[in-house]
Design a binder for this molecule. Structure first.
Ligand SMILES: Cc1cc2nc3c(=O)[nH]c(=O)nc-3n(C[C@H](O)[C@H](O)[C@H](O)COP(=O)(O)OP(=O)(O)OC[C@H]3O[C@@H](n4cnc5c(N)ncnc54)[C@H](O)[C@@H]3O)c2cc1C
Length: 432
């Protein structure tokens, strides 16, 4: 049997292992002491802390669902939940006197408008509804005439200036930490909902809660959160933990890793490491582009918050830097052993503990700090040439039996299902 090395025991590497372990003698190298990468969880105060995100599963791809069902017993080990997300407004933007959901936060009211906001404009105060209707009429007249060139134009032209200023701009600027005009549109298109004016009107008339997005409904583990998913995917795999692969040497017929020879390698780490890890001539023409790839990190703060019915809470307010609360305590009863509710408050990039505490004190639901984790690479940012550049590098290396897949190897905004799908596509495309 030929020997295959996989770098990284995240969702991508573990999927590749599952797909190829009958055909090759596979060994996985992982720098951490547990599998999972971004989907790792910790037990803190008997409750479950997702060190990054909340990690729920769903997919539109039948082949990925079928792979998932081969590994997991969905009925036994997972809960199927309807997403119940909300956008919090704190400045009286929501219709009075009938507040649709309300929380008293110290001296002010916080109103929740269900997600997606464009379906719930009927809940906003009259001036905002009038302005949204005027936007729709204007958008309808200019429909098809122009193609958005950047993220700002994409959002403004699809949802109108009123919703852009109220929610999309402040929320996305907190996430992306940059002027939305500077974000390339190519790679976001198709990943975001693009309802027509007619659909938005229909959804508002009929109070339709969700649009057709992949996480309207999701599967979540009954116990152990996404760490269960990682542990189960890793079952029976030959994984060498606590091993950071900093050099992969080219040999006459293959590759050498830590004095062990392999015929093939699948790299599921970060493309930014590839130049130093491989040190071969084929990579040199790509080095400059790789060095300039941009990304964001995430600071995830594990908190106890006031009980509420939500899964995700989106926070456009400029009173604090956090953009989202993931109420992981609501995902499964096993996740929450606190008096109130366990949740993760998310900040883009690094933020110090002092700043975290200062921000929490200004946030709704009275978050009490427990612990936090900073992850340097969470959101890859593509520019217009990123896909073509990485595809050319992958084709070059594939000729030498070196393959790449994963969120940071492909520099793609993959969810878990897309990471599994990309692993499958790679195996099929290169006939590995
Ligand atoms: C905030 C956030 C929320 C998210 N929420 C969801 C969600 O709800 N649902 C969903 O489906 N997806 C979600 N995702 C996406 C999901 O996290 C990714 O699709 C998935 O985890 C990517 O897995 P991966 O294996 O490609 O990468 P990673 O998880 O980064 O795995 C890479 C692994 O390789 C290891 N590694 C790297 N380099 C080396 C090396 N040189 N030597 C040894 N080991 C190495 C790392 O330690 C890591 O374990 C979210 C992502 C973020 C950032």
């Amino acid at each position: 049997m030929k020997k295959l090395a996989i770098i990284g025991a995240g969702v991508s590497g573990l999927t590749v292992n599952r797909l190829l372990s009958d055909k090759y003698d596979v060994k996985v190298f992982e720098r951490e002491s547990v599998p999972g990468g971004l989907i790792r969880c910790k037990n803190v105060e008997n409750s479950l802390f997702h060190i990054c995100g909340g990690h729920v599963f769903n997919t539109n791809r039948a082949d990925v669902m079928s792979f998932f069902e081969q590994v997991f017993n969905l009925e036994r080990d997972f809960i199927k939940t309807e997403r119940n997300s909300t956008v919090f407004f704190e400045n009286g933007e929501v219709t009075n006197p009938e507040r649709h959901s309300m929380f008293v936060h110290r001296t002010s009211w916080v109103d929740g408008v269900p997600y997606p906001i464009e379906n719930h404009v009927y809940m906003l105060k009259k001036e905002l509804q009038d302005a949204f209707i005027a936007d729709l009429l204007k958008m309808q007249r200019s429909y098809h005439r122009r193609q958005p060139q950047n993220f700002e134009e994409f959002l403004r032209w699809n949802f109108g200036t009123t919703l852009y200023n109220l929610y999309f701009k402040p929320y996305n600027e907190k996430i992306w930490h940059r002027n939305l005009k500077k974000i390339s549109i190519d790679w976001l298109q198709g990943k975001l909902p693009m309802p027509s004016c007619g659909q938005m009107l229909y959804n508002n008339f009929n109070h339709i809660k969700e649009s057709d997005v992949v996480h309207d409904q999701f599967w979540y583990e009954r116990e152990g959160g996404s760490q269960y998913l990682a542990d189960k995917l890793a079952e029976n795999a030959d994984i060498q933990y606590n091993t950071d692969i900093s050099l992969i040497e080219r040999t006459k017929n293959g590759w050498k890793i830590n004095d062990e020879n392999f015929d093939l390698v699948v790299f599921c780490g970060n493309i930014k490491d590839i130049v130093n890890v491989l040190k071969i001539k084929d990579v040199e023409p790509f080095a400059n582009d790789i060095e300039h790839l941009e990304s964001h990190g995430t600071t995830s703060v594990f908190c106890e918050i006031d009980r509420n019915p939500y899964s995700w809470i989106y926070l456009p307010s400029d009173k604090y830097l956090a953009h989202r609360i993931i109420c992981t305590g609501n995902f499964s009863a096993q996740n929450n052993r606190m008096k109130r509710l366990s949740a993760t408050v998310e900040f883009t990039d690094y933020i110090s503990q002092d700043d975290i505490l200062a921000n929490l004190s200004r946030m709704p639901l009275n978050p009490h700090y427990i612990t936090h984790e900073y992850t340097k690479y969470t959101y890859p940012i593509q520019s217009s040439n990123t896909r073509a550049m990485i595809s050319a590098l992958k084709d070059t290396l594939a000729k030498k039996n070196f393959f790449m897949t994963g969120r940071f190897a492909d520099w793609e905004y993959y969810n878990m299902d897309a990471a599994m799908g990309a692993a499958k596509d790679m195996v099929e495309r290169f006939d590995i």
